[in-house]
Design a protein around this ligand. Structure first.
Ligand SMILES: NC(=O)c1ccc[n+]([C@@H]2O[C@H](COP(=O)([O-])OP(=O)(O)OC[C@H]3O[C@@H](n4cnc5c(N)ncnc54)[C@H](OP(=O)(O)O)[C@@H]3O)[C@@H](O)[C@H]2O)c1
Length: 300
């Protein structure tokens, strides 16, 4: 059985592809460029952009289930949420033409047309497109995802390791429910193997306040940083200054809004089993050791 995964050389797509291979499935990935040397050589590569429906349909020929992780963290230059939506629509169209049995679409927890951020609203629009696609579908909605190669949790730990002060937006009492990327992959693959249309969250076993979350990471990396609170705009301004140093976008206004509104918490019983604390202590030496750049990974 052949499955397709978008972005199998990246973060969530890589975990999904790994899970599929372990279950004995063949995997083709739709990517813009060849993978890094550490990618699994069993993954077939189709170099294709999501702008070309005809070539996409060829790449999806013979595919049973399509796992779609394509998305952008923020709009930049000509790359906008609107463009990401158009590209995903083309992908869905190509999947239908190629006779793909089922699509597993990775969205985000609490995506809603009335959400306070453009990211979450755009995700809700795409969910509507998936529902209307005519394909059998599963929509998987992760919370904040952590694991090797993640960007946000790693970079937060990087700051905690290197700087004497860590500025938290607001009072830090808002909540989040981090999920491990392998839990997301398991939930996605199980959803792919089902046949009924379904929508499910992918959330971890623990709900933490942001204060607890930062404290956990600080203790893990033995940070001696002074943890302080500041109004969100000030904390965002601080992350922008750091962003200039590392030539990256470290945190967006949308992400601060989503965090402080506790949007990264599921209303469903959690399906994830991997605890952030256990994972972090097992990876204490590598966590935050090097900076992971969003712009290097996806824009340069
Ligand atoms: N990470 C989280 O904490 C989190 C939380 C909730 C939901 N999600 C959702 O999970 C899915 C996967 O997220 P992820 O963090 O694992 O993302 P990712 O691996 O960094 O990227 C996912 C895919 O999007 C493509 N992509 C990213 N930026 C792009 C750009 N600027 N232009 C064109 N393509 C771009 C990547 O292609 P290339 O590899 O070729 O750049 C890759 O195929 C997304 O739908 C996201 O909304 C993530």
């Amino acid at each position: 059985m052949l499955d397709a995964v978008t972005g199998a050389f990246s973060f969530t797509g890589r975990a999904i592809a790994g899970r599929l291979l372990r279950e004995g499935r063949d995997v083709v990935t739709l990517v813009r460029r060849h993978g890094a040397p550490d990618t699994d050589s069993r993954i077939r590569t189709a170099i294709v952009t999501l702008d070309d429906t005809a070539r996409l349909a060829d790449a999806l020929d013979g595919v049973d289930t399509l796992y779609n992780t394509h998305w952008i963290r923020f709009a930049r230059g000509k790359v906008s949420f609107e463009l990401a939506i158009q590209r995903t629509r083309r992908l869905l169209d190509a999947a239908r033409r190629a006779g793909v049995r089922r699509v597993v679409h990775v969205s985000v927890v609490n995506a809603s047309e009335s959400a306070p951020t453009a990211y979450f609203r755009a995700k809700a629009r795409l969910e509507a497109d998936v529902r209307a696609s005519g394909l059998s579908y599963a929509i998987v909605r992760p919370t904040l995802t952590f694991g090797s190669r993640d960007i946000l949790v790693n970079n937060l730990s990087w700051v905690l390791r290197r700087f004497p002060v860590f500025v938290m937006p607001g009072d830090g009492r808002y909540r989040l429910q981090p999920v491990h990327v392998d839990d997301v992959a398991r939930i996605a693959v199980e959803a792919g193997q089902a046949s009924a249309d379904l929508v499910t969250d992918a959330a971890g076993p623990d709900i933490l306040t942001f204060n607890q979350f930062v404290r956990l990471l600080a203790d893990t990396v033995r940070s001696r940083a002074w943890l302080v609170h500041a109004p969100s705009p000030l904390s965002l301004a601080g992350s922008r200054v750091l962003g200039l140093l590392v030539r990256d976008v470290m945190l967006t206004r949308d992400e601060v809004t989503e965090l402080t509104a506790s949007l990264l918490v599921s209303q469903e019983p959690p399906q994830g089993t991997i605890h952030l604390g256990a994972w972090a202590s097992a990876h204490a030496d590598e966590l935050g050791r090097t900076y992971h750049s969003e712009l290097d990974r996806h824009y340069r």
